[in-house]
Design a protein. Structure first.
Lengths: 234, 234
DNA sequence: CCGTGTGAAATCCTTCACAGCA
DNA sequence: TGCTGTGAAGGATTTCACACGG
């Protein structure tokens, strides 16, 4: 395995969060048959400014051609390489309620680079049922069945069950967790957690709605993904 | 309507994004019967550091008591006031696929301050069906029925339909949009958009998994919510 | 004595602006 | 000439560290 191009130090998180956007846009371009794109156009499509695009992409190496722009194909390959999108990572979902089911059935969720290898629920009434062809198991069943640890664990349980789900996932070797439960997770050093909290998103939006109510008018737009990130470990 | 306490200028976005966490933690404390909490403990529960907590809360006014900490009840009231969580905002969901259904049925999504006033889908086959007691409508039906604009619009359509959904929502007066579709939305000045992109979350996580593969070990934890935000308007 | 509130320092990210290559 | 790559400037947020009030 080669190291990636220009950089050696880890990319800034904001940059990492934008890479999937660039990737998606580039893939769309490819479908449209376009072979190059300028930072200006990429920026427009992503809703950001072109300097940010250039800075981000320059961190992946020298992908562009002066006077021309970025080659669609090279862009896709470079971002794929960084995000590991070529790897087809195994994913386990814990918690098969409304959200868990929606994720399993959702078109886009497992697009490109991810496949479901397990569906776990603590409710014995659900164990044994099938969702989209995948049987629901207890955690111990999963543990016995899997030969290698899933790369990513998705927690879609109620808040009360989230910490235990995390502990279980970590015990089978998961080091990256996507947590939909409204709970902060305590995890050991080296484990990565991302939080997606749907009700919180509404609250953040209503802050702005509320501003407009009190005040005159406000006028900013919050874009592309939310994101609080806490450093654990160090 | 009174203005809020200490501040007059809008809060920094990272602070706004953390307020819902503090709110949730404070509500839990209240259920546990605790009446005060220190910035240190709050920080631990939120997975951040205490200076950040104090800075954030100081922006809402002087809520704490030196030597003691923050009063749970005052904290809740202050954050509720800022987030408009006492208002019970009307919400419309566009796109009743897997995700849309999951949101409608999801416990936490409409907790505290939000209620569903409309469910829209462009698919005529779905219009007329009921989901959790709410009938699915076409957009024009919604438009005719509503007397006042919903505060928040949630887009849970496929990517191709997202821009049109946004345009429709804006045409009925929505100024805050939560977009689950993997598409950047073009919106006029003054409209707020937040993006939640599930497949993107996996990609961001696998970046870190990929790092661990190439390198030795990495050890950061990405916390509380992701977030890219683009400034539109100004 | 304890823990908040807060200037000041440090860090991180974004934006500018332009040199340099195609 | 056009557009990338990038030092340098600017802005924003986090963290430090400590004075002050309870």
């Amino acid at each position: 395995m080669e190291r990636r191009a220009g950089t050696d130090r880890p990319l800034p998180e904001p940059t990492v969060a934008r890479l999937p956007h660039y990737l998606r846009i580039a893939e769309e371009l490819r479908r449209s048959g376009l072979t190059t794109i300028s930072s200006e156009d990429l920026a427009r499509a992503a809703g950001i400014n072109s300097a940010k695009v250039r800075k981000d992409l320059s961190l992946l190496g020298s992908l562009g051609t002066r006077g021309t722009g970025y080659d669609t194909e090279s862009l896709i390959m470079a971002i794929d390489a960084i995000l590991g999108a070529a790897e087809d990572w195994p994913v386990v979902i814990v918690g098969v309620g409304n959200l868990g089911r929606a994720l399993v059935n959702s078109q886009g969720f497992f697009t490109g680079g991810y496949h479901l290898v397990g569906l776990v629920d603590a409710n014995p009434a659900l164990v044994g049922q099938q969702v989209a062809g995948m049987p629901i198991e207890s955690f111990s069943e999963l543990e016995v069945r899997l030969t290698s640890p899933p790369t990513i664990g998705v927690i879609a349980t109620p808040a009360e069950a989230a910490q235990e789900a995390a502990d279980d996932l970590i015990s089978v070797g998961v080091r990256s967790i996507l947590n939909f439960a409204p709970r902060f997770l305590e995890v050991p050093y080296g484990v990565h957690v991302r939080y997606v909290d749907l009700s919180m998103e509404l609250q953040i939006l209503s802050y702005h709605a509320n501003l407009r109510t009190d005040d005159a008018d406000d006028a900013s737009v919050t874009p592309l993904h939310s994101g609080v990130t806490e450093e654990k470990g160090a």
